[in-house]
Design a protein around this ligand. Structure first.
Ligand code: NAP
Length: 341
């Protein structure tokens, strides 16, 4: 196994050297490379893809890291391999690192707690230390699940009290980051949706088939209050925060960002049906507290006034955002034709 690791590391070094050469050739050809560099972990994931696009499209030189899905677009880095992490940070010398990689499925965290803690806590602390070593600004993406949801809305200064192991590992990750890098930022966000590769990729988009297949009645949670947030908006907030920090070194610490439309999953499902002109009478609201799976906070609404005071923020209306995200997964093409042609 050690031999494998060695081989993998050498291959990665070769790829890095090749990329550096390519970048240098580009320079020779007078291609305009933006001077601000950002490294994005989890760039193959739901949020990371949006963050990569946002920086890449706004005059930043962006390098994305992934793991299982990295090839061919992104660097393949196992964040548990501290040498690989050290190497890429020292090769690329980013000004900013946006750390999106995590195990974020509460039920998977409960069933594989050690692996989840390695990634969410240990790897985050290590990344923070490496960022501090070269003076890069690290943004650690965290979650509203650090709160117990009994006393919303929550400010950055309110005491966290995670109910499930996922929330606990993310909170420990926050601490590991700030202990290793006092100039870092923590950005807490709630449930995400956006352009998905598969509907199951987001807790919001996964409802679409239950909405579409209206011949079958479907139970929908109507207990937990949520604030679905578009990944493009979070990505814009990350870039704005990074750009603000480049001008003002006092920008650091914990921040909250969230959409401002409060909805249960049942209400999101109805809004989705409405956005596509589909029936919703087969959807059934369940008002009891869910009994299966990891515990969830009733209402962990995030107060976003700290970022708003800095002039940072972007909010896409849910109906517009969800329609854009789900459009490719619409089954009834006839509907498309009647409405749009
Ligand atoms: N999704 C939500 O609703 C939500 C809500 C609140 C907060 N958050 C937070 O937002 C952040 C982004 O979440 P997301 O939904 O975009 O996650 P995601 O879609 O599940 O993506 C996870 C990412 O982590 C990478 N990764 C996994 N193991 C790795 C390893 N050992 N080394 C390097 N990379 C590894 C994956 O790479 P490969 O796939 O290439 O292996 C993938 O890019 C997370 O910090 C999460 O806690 C998410």
């Amino acid at each position: 196994e050690e031999w494998d690791v060695g081989v993998e590391r050498e291959r990665r070094r070769q790829r890095n050297r090749k990329r550096t050469r390519e970048r240098e050739t580009e320079k020779d050809e007078d291609v305009d490379i933006p001077s601000r560099r950002v490294l994005i972990t989890g760039a193959t994931g739901l949020l990371g893809r949006a963050v990569f696009k946002e920086f890449n499209g706004n005059n930043w030189n962006a390098v994305g890291c992934g793991y299982r899905r990295a090839q061919p677009r992104f660097e393949q880095i196992n964040l548990l391999d501290s040498i690989a992490v050290h190497d890429i940070i020292h090769d690329f010398q980013p000004h900013v690192i946006v750390h999106c990689a995590a195990e974020r499925r509460p039920d998977v965290v409960e069933s594989q707690p050690d692996a989840a803690s390695q990634l969410n806590v240990a790897a985050s602390g290590n990344l923070a230390k490496e960022a501090a070593g070269i003076g890069a600004f690290l943004i650690y993406i965290s979650t509203d699940y650090v709160f117990d949801g009994t006393n919303p809305p929550y400010k950055e200064t309110d005491a966290p009290n995670p109910l499930n192991l996922y929330g606990k590992t993310k909170l420990e990750g926050e601490k590991a980051v700030l202990e290793n890098n006092e100039d870092a930022a923590v950005l807490r966000i709630p449930v995400l949706y956006g352009e998905v590769e598969r509907l199951e990729e987001s807790a919001v988009t996964v409802m679409f088939d239950k909405v579409q297949f209206s011949n079958k009645s479907a139970n929908m949670d109507h207990w937990q209050q949520r604030f679905p947030t578009n990944v493009k908006d979070v990505a814009a907030v990350c870039r704005q925060l990074a750009e603000k920090r480049m001008l003002d070194p006092s920008v650091k610490g914990t921040f909250h960002w969230s959409g401002n439309e409060q909805m249960t999953k049942y209400e999101m499902a109805c809004a989705i049906a409405d956005a596509f002109n589909l029936p919703s009478s087969h959807l059934r609201p369940i008002t009891d507290c869910p009994v299966v799976g990891a515990l969830r906070p009733r209402n962990a609404q995030l107060d976003c006034s700290k970022l708003e005071m800095l002039g940072i923020g972007q909010r896409t209306p849910f109906r517009a955002g969800i329609k854009e995200s789900l459009w490719p997964f619409l089954v009834d093409k006839r509907w498309r034709q009647t409405v749009f042609h």
